[in-house]
Design a protein around this ligand. Structure first.
Ligand code: AMP
Length: 188
């Protein structure tokens, strides 16, 4: 395993620890030899992870759709920039390049990208590791929602550990390393 796609915010969040922890994630990725696959933005959490990677000799590959590229927030420091025609193409490219998927704090864009990988795992399009970087307990409410969906019979209980919340970078890398595919969903 060499490349991790990180889905995360184009905003900074209100607490400075979101940015500093994101930077630490990037630093640890570089130190452990993982390449970053991300949305190519220089802003928010995306920018912090990228800086952490690049400041420590790592590699950051950004995939940017032309329509967002015109907003002038595309990072100029990338190891490699891949320009694509649409958001759909971007997500496909990121999914194809990455060996594992991580979500860090963000908004609707991050959720949308991450849950595509989460649901694709359930229907067997991939069986790559998935994990959530739970800075400041940011995703605790999401865990509550997923548990509720399991309790109410809309997600199979075997996916209880499909998107494990990791409070530290160490826990995140351990989770990815020891990930066991959960298999394809069945229907009753
Ligand atoms: P959000 O979580 O809503 O801030 O959206 C962040 C995610 O959506 C990132 O992972 C990007 O892939 C995408 N995205 C949203 N806004 C931008 C932007 N200005 N530049 C690059 N990617 C963006």
């Amino acid at each position: 395993m060499k490349r991790i796609a990180v889905y995360c915010g184009a905003s900074k969040g209100n607490d400075p620890s979101y940015m500093s922890e994101a930077y630490q994630l990037g630093k640890t990725m570089a130190e452990k030899g993982y390449e970053l696959i991300f949305g190519a933005g220089s802003v928010g959490i995306m920018g912090a992870i990228q800086d952490g990677v690049l400041d420590h000799g790592g590699s950051a590959i950004g995939v940017m759709p032309n329509m967002l590229n015109e907003k002038e927030i595309t990072s100029e420091k990338l190891t490699e920039l891949i320009l694509v025609d649409s958001m759909h193409e971007r997500k496909n490219k990121m999914a194809e390049l990455a060996d594992a998927f991580v979500m860090a704090p963000g908004g609707a864009g991050s959720l949308e990208e991450f849950f595509e990988m989460y649901s694709w795992s359930q229907i067997g399009i991939h069986q790559k590791p998935i994990a959530v970087f739970n800075i400041n307990g940011f995703f605790d409410p999401l865990q509550s929602l997923l548990s509720h969906m399991i309790e109410e019979g809309f997600i199979d209980a075997k996916y209880d550990t499909l998107a494990p919340l990791c409070d530290t970078t160490e826990a995140l890398f351990e989770t990815i390393k020891h990930y066991k595919p959960l298999g394809v969903r069945t229907y009753d």
